[in-house]
Design a protein around this ligand. Structure first.
Ligand SMILES: C[S@@+](CC[C@H](N)C(=O)[O-])C[C@H]1O[C@@H](n2cnc3c(N)ncnc32)[C@H](O)[C@@H]1O
Length: 238
């Protein structure tokens, strides 16, 4: 499929340490047969992921929701011209406005951990609106088992005072699968995490890619090491 904006262009502005994660996440999304499907993006923020999906799939119907009126206003200003994109203000834990089995994909980016206080409800709601075989894709989530990364994050949160930031844990990822048939966990950033500290120049880009490849090799050779990664994507199949 020829994309209007390629995956590489869509992820270019993310940090070097996170490029392989976003690349895998976005490729997984466009590999889901979205050509004429229905997609719900939960917690869409400024709506860039939905804008990208809608412009690349003009026959698809993309609905994006966030509870923040300011974010949705910003998303409308940026992407409101796309005829196949609808931007809604609302709580994604309350989806009764949508019919059961009416979506092919539910996607959230940096989202699952914001719903950590009620993941069982999120799992039930997202599963209910998906068709059988539909996919719920979470991209760029923080994993909390590695004390080093947790310490760096705790220091970061103490400066930023973000109230609903938290890590996720293996048990929560498994429990979310209760309303799905199977799931695929994709860990990222073991050594690659430290590429966050590099300046965004081409040498750093090569180092970042090298570390990402090293991490991928480690996760493949020792699957249990994925638990100690800094971040993950996860794909649940209804
Ligand atoms: C870290 S931001 C991610 C935004 C966007 N997905 C991105 O990648 O830039 C988390 C977003 O979740 C939204 N959010 C948190 N809980 C929500 C809920 N229950 N319903 C709808 N939006 C929610 C917040 O308003 C915020 O925009």
């Amino acid at each position: 499929m020829r994309l209007v904006v390629s995956v590489e262009d869509a992820i270019r502005h993310y940090r070097l340490s996170d490029l392989s994660l976003f690349r895998a996440g976005y490729r997984a999304l466009i590999g889901t047969g979205l050509e004429s499907g229905r997609v719900l993006e939960v917690c869409c923020g400024h709506g860039d992921l939905s804008g990208w999906l809608a412009s690349n799939h003009p026959q698809a119907r993309v609905i994006a929701m966030d509870r923040s009126e300011d974010y949705v206003a910003s998303a409308r200003a940026k992407h409101g011209h796309l005829p196949n994109l609808e931007l809604l203000v609302g709580d994604v834990l309350e989806l009764s406005r949508f019919e059961p089995g009416s979506f092919d994909v539910v996607v959230g980016q940096a989202t699952m951990h914001h719903l950590a206080h009620d993941l069982d409800r999120a799992s039930r709601q997202f599963s209910r609106i998906l068709k059988p075989g539909g996919r719920c894709v979470f991209i760029y989530e923080p994993l909390g088992h590695n004390p080093l990364f947790s310490a760096v994050r705790a220091a970061h949160f103490s400066f930023t005072s973000w109230p609903d930031e938290c890590n996720l844990y293996e048990r929560q990822i498994q429990a979310f699968a209760a309303h799905f048939t199977r799931y695929e966990f994709q860990p990222f950033n073991l050594f690659g995490y430290w590429a966050k500290a590099l300046p965004n120049i081409s040498l750093s880009r090569s180092i970042g890619e090298l570390l990402a490849r090293l991490d991928a090799g480690i996760f493949k050779a020792w699957p249990r090491s994925g638990k100690y990664a800094a971040n993950f994507n996860v794909i649940y199949v209804r």
